[in-house]
Design a binder for this molecule. Structure first.
Ligand code: ADP
Length: 179
């Protein structure tokens, strides 16, 4: 599914983040920036050791923020390491921290003049964020960013599996209907 936002496109696909040919891909990283499981493990396995070596130089990346490295052997040119919150029931600032992780990654795209970026569904794996709630935050944050900046030209959400895709699709249809 795709929606046009002025000159920009917000796209949902089912797939694997490591295979994306966008200029940047986003990693669902942890504060320590050390390779973990899920998306993080897949990116470091496919991209090689240079990504972790470069990320380590940043030290720590607080929840809600993001840092950028090269992408080693991946098709993308950059990996943006964004740290989403751990779900603790929903009353611990999770939504604001998740929105902030997306905004931080998108701001790095502006700084580096990156025109296309692919995101996984941050925080919805090991960090336990409910998929539908995460989809609302992710999609509404991307939509307001694109409205404000008209950049990057392509934002692709890469959903892992049918259920995640269907959930994002439903939420995007609801949000698009309100536009
Ligand atoms: P977090 O620690 O932020 O929860 P995870 O990597 O555990 O991050 O999971 C984030 C989401 O990414 C989950 O919905 C998971 O199913 C999905 N996922 C796992 N592997 C991939 C992949 N290779 N490409 C895209 N999404 C993936």
């Amino acid at each position: 599914m795709q929606v046009k936002m002025g000159n920009c496109v917000l796209e949902l696909i089912k797939g694997d983040i490591t295979q994306q040919d966008t200029e940047a891909i986003v990693n669902a990283a942890n504060e320590e920036l050390v390779p973990g499981g899920g998306v993080d493990g897949a990116i470091h396995r496919a991209g090689g050791p240079s990504i972790a070596e470069e990320a380590r130089r940043y030290g720590r990346c607080p929840t809600g923020s993001a840092v950028i490295t090269g992408a080693g052997n991946l098709k993308a040119k950059y990996v943006i390491h964004a740290v989403g919150p751990i779900w603790r029931g929903g009353n611990h600032g999770e939504a604001e921290l998740l929105a902030s992780a997306y905004r931080s990654a998108l701001n790095l795209c502006l700084e580096k003049d990156i025109n296309s970026v692919a995101f996984p569904s941050i925080s919805t794996g090991a960090y336990g964020y409910p998929m539908k709630e995460a989809a609302k935050v992710a999609l509404s944050t991307v939509i307001s960013f694109l409205k404000e900046h008209q950049k990057p030209k392509l934002v692709r959400m890469v959903l892992f599996g049918e259920e995640a895709y269907k959930t994002y699709e439903k939420v995007l249809k609801e949000l698009a209907a309100k536009e």
